[in-house]
Design a protein around this ligand. Structure first.
Ligand SMILES: CCCCCCCCCCCCCCCCCCCCCCCC(=O)SCCNC(=O)CCNC(=O)[C@H](O)C(C)(C)COP(=O)(O)OP(=O)(O)OC[C@H]1O[C@@H](n2cnc3c(N)ncnc32)[C@H](O)[C@@H]1OP(=O)(O)O
Ligand SMILES: Cc1cc2nc3c(=O)[nH]c(=O)nc-3n(C[C@H](O)[C@H](O)[C@H](O)COP(=O)(O)OP(=O)(O)OC[C@H]3O[C@@H](n4cnc5c(N)ncnc54)[C@H](O)[C@@H]3O)c2cc1C
Length: 624
């Protein structure tokens, strides 16, 4: 099962090696992280990042190994933005010459970059950004400026205190005309003493949700006051400004400006499956250790994992972790395929790639955040302790519902794509890829499901048909209702809640389909395929038909712990007293409690000033 989860034996081996490297290095300790002050946590992040880079160079780690090293260090920091957004933005939007110049420095960490798009006033509406880049032909420079308070850059990770450079998104103005949003490379801080360059005001935006968690990241604010940069620092693959100031657009679609976001959304799906699997791992292992009550006739207490209510709340998450993992692996393939097509100037699959990445990012991150919260409840009181690992896991993953595109905004993008496809089908065009099922419209609009028993529901063809019919009917229903509205725009707005539901149904169909396709692959190991078939059934059916699932849960229960062991997480990475591999939960909880700074003294600070006088006063009053 470890191989099925990881994708290959090689993937298991590399992941194990990198996880052990991190777990055995004292610099990467994280057990007291939630007790650090913001300043201490930030410094700790700088130390870990520098040490990780040192180890990467010393050990000549490959990109795959370095990625895993960062993953197991498990602490958000500036390096994430540098590698996941700054470098890809230059790769996707820079000319070959620009890539050569900037990426050479970025690959060696001679510069640290971030992705500065969002502003105080606008995040979702990228076209509404206000920062300006006005071309001055007299000096061959752009003047970068924040004209209003709301145009302050706000949120970019690593901007607050670390980044020396950024790809800054701004409205390009030349020859008096506004050509909309474009990307520019800007140096922000001196490479000698790290002070901000003239005209740049920069800082951290402040503490965020939860202790530890995303507070390791210096999300930043930046104001620009007529800062000049050379013309060749506009990223010029999609459009150029000539020496004379003439705007020239290349023959590539302007949506490629959003390419970095498509790339990152795809990686976020993999992050979501990992976060969900960690929460499930903790809740399942702990559920096997925790005992409450026994039978009325006496005898041993019951493992809480044996309660049917526990199983019906928890096993759909276990199934979802596998489902998201497999769809994430497929999405990575889709992204690579689209990128290769783009390189040969085939842009035909771009809309589908956008819809798939936006939709899957949205559905998987929302489900993951909800599931982590529920796993906390599934662990009872102990799940609420930082030492369970769950509060921090929740706080770190919750913003994934917002960053890289608010989940509702992204689902509306999927809905827009679906409405277009429905109208194309109506005019006789055969849909392809993940919308190919819509071509079967005659059948799917009227078919009736023939399934009755739990066993019938495990037939992949039956499951798929139900999901296809559901998704298509919801989309067609929305399209019909929109067509009755006074205008397309009004109809879309009025029906937006239904459109979001239709988009979710379409995305869930993709997830179910990819799980079924995974089951058709050669899967090694005795009983592995059978377990995955059960999980696939649970994932699909819990979305539409929760009542009949009891039988399936009972079949998964005997292997539940093994199914989470297959995630292959070290105790260090899991970071949970409840989810320990050896099950020694109670001594771990007890030990963790003594690490809290409040326990550094037996009598707490504040006793003399506040507690003692209060107690003395009460004593006096009671004697009166
Ligand atoms: C060996 C050494 C190696 C060392 C390696 C070391 C490794 C270290 C690795 C580190 C690993 C780190 C792991 C951590 C991973 C996690 C990190 C995650 C961190 C994330 C931080 C978050 C960053 C951000 O949030 S950045 C800001 C993101 N902002 C958004 O997402 C904004 C959302 N808004 C939008 O996307 C748009 O504005 C939108 C789409 C909502 C509306 O846009 P617009 O108004 O312009 O468009 P429309 O009119 O609606 O559409 C026009 C047209 O375009 C189509 N379209 C829209 N978007 C796209 C797209 N992206 N792609 C393609 N097409 C698009 C749309 O469908 C329309 O098409 P039509 O045909 O016209 O309908
Ligand atoms: C932890 C974190 C890290 C981030 N890192 C970066 C970064 O590195 N670089 C960067 O540039 N940005 C970053 N961001 C910003 C992030 O990308 C934006 O917050 C995100 O795109 C959402 O935009 P917003 O904040 O403007 O939300 P808003 O759009 O203001 O959303 C507010 C509410 O309005 C709703 N809404 C908005 N538009 C519509 C609509 N058309 N229809 C229906 N409902 C709508 C949303 O669903 C939401 O409920 C980060 C954010 C966070 C939280």
């Amino acid at each position: 099962m470890k191989v099925a989860w990881a994708g290959s034996r090689h993937a298991v081996e590399v992941a194990d090696r990198m996880a052990c490297l991190v777990a055995s290095d004292p610099v990467f300790r994280k057990d007291t992280r939630t007790m650090l002050s913001r300043k201490e946590l930030f410094k700790d992040t700088l130390k870990k990042a520098a040490h990780a880079w040192k180890r990467t160079v010393e050990l000549h780690l490959t990109e795959e190994e370095a990625n895993l090293l960062r993953l197991y260090i498990d602490q958000p920091g500036y390096v994430d933005l540098h590698w996941v957004m700054f470098v890809p933005a230059i790769k996707g939007q820079g000319t070959e010459e620009q890539q050569k110049k900037w990426l050479t420095m970025a690959y060696k960490f001679q510069i640290i970059g971030t992705y500065a798009q969002t502003e105080l006033g606008h995040g979702s509406n990228v076209q509404g950004l206000e920062t300006t880049a006005t071309f001055d032909p007299s000096t061959d420079e752009f003047i970068m400026h924040s004209p209003t308070l709301t145009s302050s850059k706000w949120w970019p990770g690593g901007l607050g205190k670390t980044s020396t450079h950024a790809v800054v998104y701004a409205r390009l103005i030349t020859e008096g005309k506004d050509y909309g949003i474009h990307g520019f490379i800007m140096q922000l801080r001196s490479l000698d003493d790290h002070s901000p360059l003239p005209g740049i005001t920069i800082g951290d935006i402040g503490g965020k949700f939860g202790s530890g968690a995303y507070n390791s990241m210096d999300n930043g604010v930046m104001r620009l006051d007529h800062v000049r940069i050379p013309r060749d620092q506009m990223l010029m693959r999609l459009a150029q400004v000539t020496r004379e100031g003439k705007y020239v657009h290349s023959d590539v679609p302007k949506q490629l400006l959003y390419g970095t976001m498509v790339y990152v959304r795809q990686t976020i799906v993999a992050d979501a499956s990992r976060a969900l699997s960690r929460a499930v791992c903790i809740a399942v292992r702990y559920g096997a250790i925790r005992k409450q009550f026994g039978s009325k006739a006496g005898g041993p207490e019951t493992q809480v994992l044996n309660y049917k209510t526990q199983q019906s709340r928890l096993f759909p998450f276990l199934a979802s972790a596998y489902a998201f993992r497999f769809v994430g692996q497929w999405l990575k393939w889709l992204y690579t395929d689209v990128t290769q097509k783009l390189e040969s100037k085939d842009f035909s699959t771009l809309p589908e790639a956008h819809a798939c990445t936006a939709g899957l990012k949205s559905v998987t991150t929302s489900a993951t955040a909800d599931a982590i919260e529920e796993c906390q409840k599934l662990c009872g009181g102990h799940g609420y302790l930082n030492s369970s690992g769950l509060p921090e896991l929740f706080a770190v993953n919750l913003p994934a519902c917002t960053y890289e595109g608010d989940n509702v905004v992204l689902l509306l993008q999927v809905a827009r794509f679906l409405m277009k496809t429905v109208s194309q089908v109506a005019s006789g065009k055969q849909p392809v890829g993940t919308t190919a099922y819509m071509g079967n419209i005659q059948h799917l609009m009227q078919c009736k499901s023939v399934v009755n028993t739990v066993e019938d529901w495990l037939n992949p063809a039956a499951i798929k048909e139900v999901f296809e019919a559901r998704a298509l009917r919801m989309a067609v229903n929305c399209a019909q209702n929109i067509s009755k509205a006074p205008s397309q725009e009004e109809g879309f707005s009025e029906l937006s809640p239904d459109l979001v539901e239709a988009a979710v149904a379409h995305v869930q169909l993709i997830i179910v389909t990819k799980f079924i396709e995974k089951l058709q692959e050669d899967i090694l190991g005795h009983g592995v395929k059978e377990q995955l078939q059960k999980l696939c059934g649970i994932y699909a059916l819990h979305l539409i038909h929760n009542e009949r699932l009891g039988k399936l849960y009972a079949q998964v229960r005997p292997n539940a712990v093994a199914l989470v062991d297959a995630f292959d997480y070290t105790d260090h990475y899991l970071g949970s007293a409840l989810g320990r591999y050896d099950g020694d939960v109670y001594s771990a909880l007890y030990k963790e409690a003594w690490k809290d700074p409040l326990n550094e003294t037996v009598v707490p600070d504040g006793y003399q000033e506040h507690l003692r006088p209060l107690l003395k006063q009460q004593l006096k009053l009671s004697r009166l």
